[in-house]
Design a protein. Structure first.
Length: 164
């Protein structure tokens, strides 16, 4: 999908505040609200905007321990790993999972109330699976994330300009 600088600006603004109205977006990008609406509709229809989410502070609900589980599979079959990741995502404490390269086959992000909860989760829901041969658990002490996509979207603009 081809997007222009205005689309990139709209995406960058939404990455900072997904609740911006069409009117606010139109003011920021210098277009009529109807034009912004049409652009947003196109970005949604083409799958570039997949959804709008709220950032929930789960630690305020008692899930204050975040951990990464580095998983090594017993056998290296992509179909098994795909299936396991889909199944693991159904576990309520699992936030995300990634198939990776290197010594491990996958990384899974989990949330727990405390170390006892984490221990039970790892033993009962992960270590007990015959497809998993090894798990290394790392507790996350602090995390930062980048929601503002302005600089990232500028990279796509630069790549497009060098291709022209």
């Amino acid at each position: 999908m081809d997007i222009d600088r205005t689309d990139r600006r709209i995406l960058a603004l939404l990455s900072k505040d997904a609740r911006m109205t069409n009117k606010e977006l139109s003011h920021e990008v210098g277009l009529a609200a109807s034009s912004v609406h049409d652009r947003l509709k196109r970005l949604h229809e083409n799958g570039l905007i997949a959804g709008t989410y709220s950032e929930i502070r789960l630690e305020r609900l008692g899930l204050s321990l975040k951990a990464l589980l580095f998983i090594q599979m017993s056998e290296h079959k992509k179909s098994d790993l795909d299936r396991i990741l889909r199944e693991i995502l159904k576990i309520p404490e699992v936030r995300a999972g990634w198939m990776i390269s290197g010594r491990f086959d996958a990384v899974v992000e989990v949330l727990a109330k405390d170390t006892s909860h984490l221990h039970r989760l790892v033993v009962e829901r992960f270590s007990s699976r015959e497809e998993i041969s090894r798990i290394e658990t790392s507790i996350v002490f602090e995390s930062v994330s980048q929601h503002d996509l302005t600089a990232t979207l500028d990279l796509t603009d630069e790549q497009q300009n060098t291709a022209d």
